[in-house]
Ligand binder design. Structure first.
Ligand SMILES: *[C@@H]1O[C@H](CO)[C@@H](O)[C@H](O)[C@H]1NC(C)=O
Ligand SMILES: *[C@@H]1O[C@H](CO)[C@@H](O)[C@H](O)[C@H]1NC(C)=O
Length: 472
């Protein structure tokens, strides 16, 4: 009896601190939001005349709208950094008191409540963390807790040569005091902090800011201290550059090279060969390309629709983002066709959309997540099936994705290298009456009108399963 009770208690404790690994995160898709810009406490419109100041979003607000996120099929969210910041730093990347929750966002209880409610809905929470710098206090170090002494920081200098790793690691970015991770006390405090934050609030993953600004050796210890999946920001379009960080230290990095290629191919209409080169290079240089964090835009970039204003091309870019190797990340507001330009204009408050769940993009993103799940896309290798300047096709298991960036014409191809058998009937998951029979000489004819996306699979798989999940 006694053993039974302690076992039950042990199980309860164990179940509240499950630590999710890289392998588990590969099956997830992540909705990135800015805490200050997602939803207010009571749903009232915050005052947001100035996008450079706080607009009123809170953890309680996020909790109240988890179903909106889940309704698109996301099973993870990424939230802004949590410590108290100074001044107008609504984004959270300027910590003042590392152990105090940002009072603009709520308190410890409302943050814990958000994480618990997310977990009860099967959703994981990824915390954005910073270990490189603190708030812009110039030399007034005593304002920061616990890093309150000049000896905790590198000497003041400003980064001016961004291609010089020494400068990037030792100097300040935008005059943000640069923590000295070689100081054993600072190092142990940073490790202790991340361990504390993860266990106090029960987070499932961390997104790590400004990774190239700290020596790479530090990140291995940091990831171990966190004990959960870690994905780092190395904001660079070169695969060889992000490979340094993706292949050691943290579990993975954000896929900045993909971001640049998707913009080039679908916004600027450069050759579709860009996609091929990217996939090939990442397979070669990244140990685990299936763990990269894929995105088409984020809070530090102009939104996709600010460049091309074409929802058709956006859908094509999203299909590649969700179905090529990597963990898909969607920046909040994409589903509402937000089109803000560079920071701060890409940081619109979401509540102006009234959380409309009937927009075309909201439903489309839901379909991408549903089919990713049903076909367990993350388990299937990416196989290139066709490439030329205007057309790219690839398969993941029994799913074949065909894309074009030609939104002014019609592109038809006869694909012979595909995963289906002669005589099989395959249909477009996005338009299930759009079916083709594979010819006796094994050709799959694919016609894309004005850059539309087609995703083919066996008709039997659609009838059995997807018709229910996708609600045509
Ligand atoms: C929601 O979006 C749909 C489709 O764009 C539109 O027809 C409808 O008016 C919107 N609803 C609200 C409340 O804005
Ligand atoms: C339908 O889904 C189930 C499980 O979700 C799976 O076992 C089955 O193979 C699927 N059927 C087809 C035809 O894909």
């Amino acid at each position: 009896m006694k053993t039974g009770i302690s076992l039950a208690i042990f199980m309860l404790l164990a179940s509240t601190s499950i630590q999710h690994s890289k392998e588990e995160w590969k099956s997830r898709s992540i909705y990135q939001l800015l805490t200050d810009r997602f939803q207010t406490d009571d749903g009232s419109a915050g005052s947001c005349d100035n996008l450079r100041k706080y607009c009123g979003g809170t953890w309680k607000g996020i909790e109240s709208k988890l179903d909106y996120i889940k309704g698109m099929g996301f099973d993870a969210i990424w939230i802004s950094p949590i410590p108290e910041n100074n001044g107008d730093n609504y984004h959270g990347y300027a910590a003042l008191n590392w152990y105090k929750s940002n009072p603009h966002f709520g308190d410890d209880h409302s943050l814990q409540s958000l994480v618990n409610t997310a977990h009860s809905k099967g959703m994981w929470v990824m915390l954005d963390v910073v270990a490189n710098h603190v708030a812009q206090i110039d030399m007034a170090f005593d304002q920061v807790y616990p890093f309150n002494d000049a000896s905790h920081y590198h000497d003041k200098c400003e980064i001016s040569h961004w291609d010089n790793p020494q400068e990037v690691e030792y100097c300040r970015m935008a005059n943000l005091p640069d923590l000295n991770q070689d100081n054993p006390w600072v190092r142990s405090q940073l490790l202790q902090w991340v361990k504390w934050a993860v266990s106090k609030f029960n987070f499932d993953g961390i997104r790590v800011d400004t990774v190239p600004h700290v020596k790479n050796q530090f990140w291995k210890e940091y990831a171990q201290a966190a004990g959960i999946f870690s994905i780092g920001e190395a904001s660079n379009g070169q695969v060889s550059f992000i490979a340094q960080y993706a292949n050691s230290g943290l579990d993975s990095t954000l896929n900045y090279p993909l971001y640049y290629v998707l913009r080039d191919v679908f916004n600027f209409k450069y050759s579709m060969y860009g996609l091929k080169t990217l996939v090939d290079t990442e397979q070669k240089l990244i140990n685990d390309p299936y763990a990269l964090g894929n995105f088409i835009d984020n809070h530090d970039t102009a939104r996709f629709l600010s460049v091309s204003h074409s929802q058709t091309l956006l859908k094509a870019a999203l299909a590649f983002n969700f179905l090529s190797p990597g963990i898909p990340i969607l920046y909040y507001g994409t589903e509402q066709a937000f089109s803000g330009e560079n920071d701060p204009f890409c940081r619109e408050p979401l509540w102006i959309s009234k959380f409309n769940t009937t927009t075309d993009l909201y439903k489309y993103i839901g379909k991408l997540n549903a089919l990713r799940k049903q076909f367990q896309i993350w388990m299937k290798p990416h196989v290139e099936r066709w490439i030329d300047d205007k057309f790219y096709a690839f398969s993941r298991g029994d799913v074949l994705v065909a894309l074009s960036n030609d939104d002014t014409g019609i592109q038809t191809r006869l694909i012979t290298y595909h995963p289906f058998k002669a005589g099989a009937k395959v249909c477009n998951i996005l338009w299930p009456t759009d079916c083709v029979v594979i010819t006796s000489d094994n050709k799959l004819q694919v016609t894309l009108n004005y850059a539309e996306v087609k995703i083919f699979t066996l008709q039997s798989a659609i009838v059995d399963n997807l018709s229910l999940t996708l609600e045509y």
